[in-house]
Design a protein around this ligand. Structure first.
Ligand SMILES: Cc1cc2nc3c(=O)[nH]c(=O)nc-3n(C[C@H](O)[C@H](O)[C@H](O)COP(=O)(O)OP(=O)(O)OC[C@H]3O[C@@H](n4cnc5c(N)ncnc54)[C@H](O)[C@@H]3O)c2cc1C
Length: 651
């Protein structure tokens, strides 16, 4: 990853490019660690699961939403459904733009205020109904879901709700509830997964700060009038400094929207490159306080992460509807393709996974609304699992549709066939595995929380900076902890053939989850003992631990859902689907357990080193060389913008 001094478009060529912040691995980790919420004030089903304790009492029975609030939310969902059915999703795809009238319609419905409290003019929806709304509107066109989600899950409303003061809430939230759009700006050309390299600066001045920097890939950036911007405040007298979150008026002098970016999917996304040159931000616009920026970003994402799987659930439902109807209708080799086993397996996978994923998401939402549990692990798990599974489901749908799966909706319609946009859904879904925490980063984030109990007792043993004395003290403490904890992992309810009878035919699955959870904790302990501080580098191992945890959480959620809905009209069908889902999930979990110790991780790491060294470059021969002009990462140059502003205002 090299950068050159060549300036990016829109920069003043007379000034020097800002060099990438020089941050070594340890500093990068320290920044992330400092931003982490270290406390666990409330119980967490996910944390307990990784420690080998299946605390079903935390998730079953499911919390019940307030009936009056639920009724109002249902009425809104009805209006949203009517509106969504009038939206021409294909036009958005064709024109790569959500039309103004759609944005105005959403504003009239108060869709920009779904998560904003009623006292600020919003609808005050629960997480459950907010996510149902995103699932629904995302099925009209996923770019609309992404717009509304970026606006209120990571944009100004959520950080203000959690960390803003009353004055800020009164000043900004009514504007947003009424239809002004917001965006969240953390990423920079040189800042992706690692925020320690942040180079946008907020310099303290009389009454506030002066902001300078360039932000990349801000969803809603071209449309937004209010931005959450993360910037470094230099340490100085009276300023503790550090990464800080600001609310910035996008129409302030010095803010230029330099580009609208285009992507593989989500063609309607209004995503920007935004330049700040000497932009004044009043002191009153600091969210929380100086230095709290990353903590705010991470805490915001605790529930903010739920909106992305809401769109994945929507994709699953849509894939299922297409797959079911098409596979029953399409006849090849004398049978509807649904009856060929290879296709049947895909149909079962899509149906069961959609059921399981929705169970997981609804459970997370209900727990978040109930506010009695810490859901940071569960929300991260459903983001990770949802984005991976939705991608697989869309891929399987394309396979089931055969050549038509690869054909665009417009092309199908032009030949007189039904305009099914499966290839678009696949493209639209792909980004979910990258943004709001890539799969690789989610693995590390969840693993960090999952092994937290170990780290908190063994912290000094594995800390390379700790003195021998501190290591010895930590060793004694760890010994006492493990002496108490390990025996609890050898026996449990899951070994009792009659246990979990309240789940009826699904009891065997709950017994498996209980046993597997203890096994997972034991394996994590062995890994900790074997690798100690080096465990954090064993990303293959940690990724599998997390993926097993995700399967076990999903199985638990599916069984709890089936039990809760047992008396309802679809009770029996739901139980069947939960059973199919658990059988599939169990096989995936078992394969992951096998791979914990039997894998090519070390071989791959060594091979990758040789790949990067060029030893295998001969394999690349036989095709044209890749483009070699331009830097891999464009550096940014401070100064006023030299390009035309491309902001968009819809009213
Ligand atoms: C369509 C779109 C919308 C976006 N919207 C926003 C937005 O609204 N606001 C905003 O601030 N940002 C936004 N982003 C940025 C997005 O959050 C980042 O792309 C994401 O954080 C990943 O950063 P990166 O692309 O620089 O990848 P990099 O950090 O460069 O990572 C490259 C690869 O390395 C992996 N990797 C990196 N570090 C590690 C590690 N320690 N261990 C293992 N693997 C690692 C990554 O997972 C990835 O596979 C958006 C991006 C896109 C494409």
């Amino acid at each position: 990853m090299t950068t050159t001094d060549e300036p990016t478009t829109g920069t003043a060529p007379t000034t020097q490019a800002v060099p990438a912040a020089s941050v070594d691995e340890r500093q990068a980790r320290q920044v992330a660690e400092a931003a982490r919420e270290a406390d666990w004030r409330q119980p967490s089903f996910g944390k307990e699961l990784f420690l080998g304790r299946l605390r079903l009492d935390l998730i079953d029975p499911l919390p019940v939403p307030d009936p009056e609030r639920a009724e109002r939310a249902e009425a809104f969902l009805g209006r949203l459904r009517d509106f969504a059915s009038t939206v021409d999703g294909a036009r958005i795809e064709r024109e790569a733009r959500i039309p103004d009238e759609v944005l105005r319609g959403l504003a009239d419905l108060k869709a920009f205020g779904m998560k904003i409290d009623e006292k600020y003019g919003g609808l005050g929806l629960t997480n459950l109904h907010y996510c149902k709304a995103l699932t629904l509107i995302g099925s009209a066109n996923p770019s609309i879901g992404a717009l509304l989600s970026a606006h209120q899950s990571i944009g100004v409303p959520q950080p203000l709700k959690l960390f803003g003061n009353d004055e800020q809430k009164q000043r900004f939230l009514p504007r947003l509830a009424a239809g002004e759009v917001s965006a969240f700006l953390l990423t920079e050309p040189d800042v992706g997964s690692d925020p320690a390299r942040l180079s946008t600066v907020a310099t303290p001045v009389e009454g506030g700060y002066r902001l300078d920097g360039v932000k990349l890939w801000a969803t809603n950036g071209t449309l937004a009038t209010l931005l959450v911007v993360m910037a470094q405040v230099p340490k100085s007298e009276g300023h503790r400094g550090g990464i800080t979150a600001f609310v910035v008026e996008a129409d302030s002098p010095g803010v230029t929207i330099e580009r609208r970016n285009a992507f593989m999917g989500l063609r309607g996304l209004e995503n920007s490159v935004t330049r700040f040159h000497d932009v004044f931000v009043p002191e009153a616009n600091v969210i929380g306080r100086e230095g709290l920026g990353l903590k705010i970003a991470l805490t915001t994402l605790n529930t903010g992460r739920l909106s992305l799987p809401a769109m994945c659930v929507g994709a699953g439902k849509w894939c299922l509807a297409v797959a079911r109807q098409w596979a029953a209708e399409r006849v090849q080799w004398g049978l509807p393709v649904a009856k060929h086993e290879a296709v049947a397996k895909k149909l079962a996978f899509i149906a069961a996974t959609t059921y399981g994923l929705e169970a997981m998401l609804d459970l997370c939402c209900l727990l978040a609304d109930d506010e009695r549990n810490d859901i940071r692990i569960e929300a991260a798990l459903v983001k990770l699992y949802g984005s991976e599974m939705a991608w697989l489901m869309a891929d399987e749908l394309i396979q089931i549709r055969g050549g038509r799966g690869y054909e665009t909706a417009d092309s199908l319609a032009a030949r007189g066939e039904r305009a099914i946009n499966a290839e678009q859904i696949l493209r639209d879904l792909r980004i979910n595995r990258i943004f709001e925490g890539s799969t690789e980063i989610m693995h590390l984030f969840i693993a960090r929380e999952a092994v937290d109990a170990h780290l908190s007792v063994a912290g000094d043993i594995i800390d390379p900076d700790a003195t021998l004395r501190r290591k010895a003290r930590a060793g004694a403490k760890a010994g006492a902890f493990y002496a108490r904890w390990l025996p609890t992992l050898t026996v449990g309810r899951g070994q009792n053939p009659g246990a979990f009878g309240e789940y009826g035919p699904l009891a065997a699955h709950m017994r498996y989850v209980e046993r597997a959870s203890r096994k997972l904790a034991r394996e994590t302990f062995y890994a900790m003992a074997r690798w100690q501080g080096k465990l954090e580098r064993k990303q293959g191992f940690l990724g599998r631990v997390v993926d097993i945890g995700a399967e076990l959480f999903a199985m638990s959620a599916a069984c709890v859902r089936a039990r809760a809905e047992a008396g309802g009209p679809d009770g029996a069908a739901g139980r069947e689907l939960a059973d199919v889902f658990c059988r599939q999930a169990r096989l995936r979990a078992e394969a992951l357990f096998d791979a914990l110790w039997d894998n090519t991780d070390a071989v791959d790491v060594a091979a990758a080193r040789r790949v990067v060294d060029g030893r295998y470059a001969f394999v690349e021969e036989g095709v044209l060389p890749i483009p070699d002009e331009g830097p891999w990462v464009a550096p940014w140059v401070p100064g006023p913008s030299t390009v035309e502003d491309v902001r968009r205002r819809y009213r």
